[in-house]
Design a protein around this ligand. Structure first.
Ligand code: 5GP
Ligand code: 5GP
Length: 228
């Protein structure tokens, strides 16, 4: 009788542990940290609008920090009960305006873009990073990863010239020890342009890792790097 009781208590304990582990398990494997070149965003047919506080710096800007699975799939819009709340990141807003400007039209302060990124992507890593942690992690990653400087040091300048896709990848790989994924777009005259650079980061959003999976490419072998 006592043995039976012990077994049923043990079974319940095991079940509770299993459920707890299941509920707090992270539902993604790594992050893509994605930065965009404003000159390329603005050169497409859709054009761009500068944010309400003026033309952003001539630098890569953050697009997002995207939880992704090792097989390339990704969760999105994970928690509608946790909407973007700018008061949670008030101490970060001036860094956000500098490093995460929105170039979409109509012109805005950036809150629409940040809110979209939090709701679509950030809510899917909320078991690891709350809103403040999510935005701060992205800003800190950018501070430690000066892509424009890395490219400039390899002779790759944002002046409208074209460079081989492999020279862009190699410059970044030698500087950070991980191969980036490069996304191109097409300008009004049909040129393949350097649009976004994807760097893989571990699930704590603090360490650069080798990418577990790459997206399929849209770049030509020669890529234009427009000025901004
Ligand atoms: P696009 O169609 O421009 O490649 O992607 C549209 C949007 O889908 C991106 O801005 C991003 O929000 C999301 N997305 C595209 N690829 C990935 C990916 O590999 N991982 C994650 N997490 N999101 C992605
Ligand atoms: P995603 O591609 O991340 O799913 O969605 C990007 C959304 O943010 C789009 O609705 C786009 O209009 C908006 N957005 C606002 N500002 C920017 C910007 O500077 N760059 C990009 N790529 N999207 C922006």
């Amino acid at each position: 009788m006592e043995a039976q009781l012990n077994i049923s208590v043990l079974t319940k304990l095991f079940l509770v542990q299993f459920l707890l582990a299941f509920c707090v398990a992270q539902d993604f494997d790594f992050f893509y940290f994605v930065q965009q070149w404003p000159g390329s965003y603005c050169d497409t047919d859709q054009g761009c609008c500068y944010p309400s506080n003026g033309k952003p710096a001539s630098d890569f800007g953050i697009h997002g920090l995207w939880p992704t699975n090792n097989d390339g799939s990704y969760p999105s819009n994970c928690d509608s009960s946790n909407p973007f709340d700018i008061s949670k990141i008030s101490d970060l807003v001036s860094r956000m305006e500098q490093d995460w400007p929105s170039l979409a039209c109509p012109s805005s302060s950036g809150t629409t873009f940040w809110s979209h990124e939090w709701e679509k992507h950030g809510t899917c890593s909320e078991s690891i990073l709350d809103q403040h942690g999510y935005f701060k992690s992205a800003l800190d990653l950018k501070d430690n990863l000066d892509l424009l400087q890395i490219l400039q040091s390899a002779g790759i300048q944002a002046g409208g010239g074209s460079y081989s896709l492999s020279s862009i990848k190699n410059a970044i790989e030698s500087a950070i020890g991980s191969t980036p994924w490069i996304e191109c777009n097409t300008d009004g005259s049909g040129n393949s342009q350097l649009y976004q650079i994807y760097i893989c980061v571990d699930a704590s959003a603090s360490n650069i890792i080798e990418c577990p999976v790459m997206q399929t490419g849209k770049c030509s072998s020669s890529v234009q790097f427009p000025s901004f």
